[in-house]
Design a protein around this ligand. Sequence first.
Ligand code: NAD
Length: 260
Amino acid sequence: MFKGKKGVIMGVANHLSIAAGVAQYLHEQGADLAFSHLPDGKMEQRVRKVTDPLGYEIVLPCDVSKDESVTEFFAKIKQAWGKIDFLVHSIAFATVDDIRCPTLQASREGFKQAMDISCYSLIATSRAASELMTDGGSIVTMSYYGGERVVPGYNMMGVCKSALEMTMKYVAYDLGQKNIRVNAISAGPIKTLAASAVGDFSKMLGFYAKGSPLGRNVTQTDVAKSTAFLLSDMSAGTTGEVLHVDGGYHVMGIPVGALD
Ligand code: NAD
């Protein structure tokens, strides 16, 4: 499905990362991949634990909260490849203090930082990546239902996801003329490093497993397959879309079984 295609994956932290699942699946489909890591030797090692077994060599530092870091990262990708076909943006951050407290108590600095890393970064990375998508391309970001409806425990990150989804749509509008598509996956809860910051996360997993039409939690592979669909020509007519990969949870007005 991806033979001859080159793409950048941002957001692998360890083998549990959604981005790691995406990398594994795209690898199986023949893609050539490059990765970012947070600029710190330990983070590079962690990312390489995922990428080395797949045989990928381009693993470069990038902190999306710094313009010069984003510019440098994509300049190196350009040097290596000239052009790319896709970008996976699988990045979010908020301090535990700012996500674990009621939204009403979130700090100004914490809010700015969370919005910067979790939302503005889609603008910064899409701008840089689109310069390399000279034959068109596809960008996918990762969102969550807490950006559409209030999810207790998700708190201020829900505000960031709401902004991220709208940002995705405006960026899709900006890049449409270059035949670059931009879409989001709204994934159900999956146990990862970032998810551990969310309050009552394991209760959430149980709630989704019972309350969604498919009656189970989704996996990194479920998300990876839908990401591959959005990155590939199979979705050539789709942009500005939020595709839910949540076992159907979001269609329920009252979760399955709640009235039993
Ligand atoms: P994860 O912790 O594995 O990934 C988060 C990534 O963000 C890490 O690789 C981290 O290094 C990166 N990151 C943080 N700050 C950064 C910065 N300044 N510059 C560059 N990278 C930075 O967790 P994950 O669950 O795989 O999260 C990936 C995406 O999926 C996030 O946007 C998250 O909100 C979203 N998502 C997760 C779930 C879930 O339940 N796990 C559900 C829906 C959406």
